[in-house]
Design a protein around this ligand. Structure first.
Ligand SMILES: [Zn+2]
Ligand SMILES: [Zn+2]
Length: 531
């Protein structure tokens, strides 16, 4: 079904995959890397790095290549700042300057601060089909894995200083040593390297008064600064591709200097690179800020978006393009856009062949794990919200969603269940009053006083009909038409009166389906209060 030859050139992930193969040559295995310091909740902006890498991994795999996708938890980095939303502020402040992997978990549920946020993210990825090998860098540094590479960097410190100083306002001091040391006594990095034997031994002094001489092949307390650490690990891990955020990508930024350092100090070619841009959040109010801690996590997004739609958002947008992630009612449109792409894949209803090939490729990259066998169920998000509020029952909502759909497969069942959960979260967290529906127990007095005689008579007549007959949704509409004619009422006034009676609003979801969702019994009960 898929036109690989055509689609292969059309998607940005395929273009990058081709570039990797061309520039890195034919390899048994390609390494795609990314990583982050778990300094707090890993937010959806950070996730862009993982998904960008994943899409390229998938494109390489589609070319029959073997790929290792590594993600570094840079949890031997220092704890710089306490995010304002965390509990135990005072206790956490005492750990500033320690590696994040040595800071206690303020929630008390994991071995460390770092592990708390690492696990939080890792668990939220399980439905997204990212086949990642996580590397906890604190373990690597503590076990002296990089001793040889650190020695290389230290011996080349004069050359590294020259490379870095080119981009610095203030040059590093003459005796600069590219190494950070965590004190063996107090655990912080408020230390200074005071001597180096040009091999593996360094001396250090700490603010706490402790001083010592150690062999960094045996004592894992050292780490190069970020600008040296990054290229060092490109070399060690043989990285062929790694994306970087906008903040690293500026001229003279860490990406620029890492490229020079990996080449001239570690004698390795830098990985292929792709810059990714920020994400704007729409409809949550306030700006997302890591240090304030009011961030949107991957799980927060998955609470309102299906996993395939989360992937679609990134697969369908070039990484270097900023885009808005909607939490307001624009989310309905995102669902619709995804459904349109899905239909293009299965029905091939896009006439422009180039566009069709692109849509199909985007769709293929969006679906985690196994592709559905046929066009899946596509419930409109708004309708799910309405139905859920009408029924107040997830099981019943699922029945209604699936009712008109022939031969649902497991994929459809899962989608129906997931979208109901998403609608439920969206209604409770982000929906404005406009989208909220509360079914009345009886017609409110205020409404009764506003209804015309004809409206009341029509509603009573509908109630009597509902009591004595059973109607399909289509039959219901016929019955409404007859009632309206009998009472000499405008259709729009009839609807208005009905919605006011049911939910106290002048408008609502399509009435026939809505009545079915609420259930005739309940509707009769409500209308009986007109007697
Ligand atoms: Zn925890
Ligand atoms: Zn100390």
């Amino acid at each position: 079904m898929e036109d690989k030859k055509n689609a292969g050139l059309i998607h940005w992930a395929d273009q990058v995959a081709d570039q990797i193969i061309t520039e890195k040559g034919d390899k048994k295995q390609y390494v795609c890397a990314s990583g982050i310091t778990p300094s707090g909740t890993v937010h959806i902006g950070n996730f862009r790095e993982m998904i960008t890498t994943d899409l390229i991994v998938k494109a390489l795999e589609d070319r029959g290549k073997k790929v290792r996708f590594i993600y570094s938890w840079d949890d031997y980095d220092r704890f710089r700042k306490v995010p304002k939303n965390l509990p135990e502020q005072d206790r956490l402040k005492q750990f500033l300057g320690h590696p994040v992997s040595s800071v206690p978990d303020p929630y008390g549920c994991h071995k460390s601060y770092a592990e708390h946020f690492e696990k939080q993210l890792e668990e939220s990825l399980k439905d997204l089909d990212l086949n990642i090998e996580f590397i906890r860098q604190n373990e690597k540094f503590k076990s002296c894995t990089y001793a040889e590479n650190i020695r290389t960097a230290l011996k080349a410190r004069a050359r590294i200083k020259k490379i870095l100083d080119k981009f610095r306002k203030e040059a590093h001091p003459e005796d600069w040593i590219p190494l950070e040391v965590y004190c063996e006594k107090c655990g912080t990095d408020f230390t200074k390297v005071t001597g180096y034997d040009e091999e593996y031994e360094i001396s250090y002094e700490c603010r706490c008064g402790n001083k010592n001489k150690i062999d960094f092949r045996k004592v894992g307390i050292v780490k190069p600064p970020w600008r040296v650490d990054w290229p060092m690990r490109w070399d060690v891990e043989n990285v062929d591709f790694e994306p970087g955020g906008k903040e690293h990508s500026s001229a003279g930024g860490s990406r620029d200097t890492a490229k020079v350092i990996v080449k001239h100090i570690f004698q390795t070619e830098p990985p292929i690179y792709k810059m990714y841009d920020y994400i704007i959040l729409k409809g949550i109010g306030g700006k997302m800020s890591g240090s304030l801690g009011n961030v949107i996590s991957v799980q927060d997004v998955l609470d309102v978006y299906l996993p395939e739609i989360l992937r679609f958002l990134f697969a369908g947008t070039k990484p270097n393009k900023e885009f808005a992630l909607a939490f307001d009612d624009e989310l309905f449109k995102v669902y619709d856009d995804f459904y349109k792409t899905e239909r293009a894949y299965f029905l091939e209803d896009e006439k422009n062949p180039k566009k069709l090939a692109h849509l199909k490729r985007v769709y293929r990259l969006s679906i985690p794990f196994v592709m559905p066998k046929k066009l899946p169920i596509q419930p409109a998000f708004r309708t799910v919200c309405d139905t859920l509020q009408a029924t107040q029952d997830k099981g019943r909502t699922k029945e209604i969603i699936l009712a008109d759909f022939k031969d649902p497969l497991p994929f459809d069942n899962i989608r129906a269940e997931k979208i109901i959960e998403c609608a439920d979260s969206w209604l409770s967290r982000y929906a404005t009053e406009q989208f909220k529906i509360k079914i009345n127990d009886k017609v409110p007095k205020k409404v009764i006083s506003e209804l015309s005689d004809a409206q009341v008579k029509a509603l009573k007549s509908v109630k009597d009909n509902l009591k004595s007959n059973t109607y399909s949704a289509d039959d219901l509409f016929g019955m409404f038409k007859e009632t309206v004619t009998e009472e000499n009422l405008e259709m729009k006034d009839f609807f208005k009166g009905f919605y006011l009676a049911l939910i106290g609003k002048e408008r609502g979801p399509r009435l026939t389906g809505f009545i079915k969702a609420i259930g005739e019994k309940k509707v009769i009960e409500i209308l009986e209060s007109l007697d």
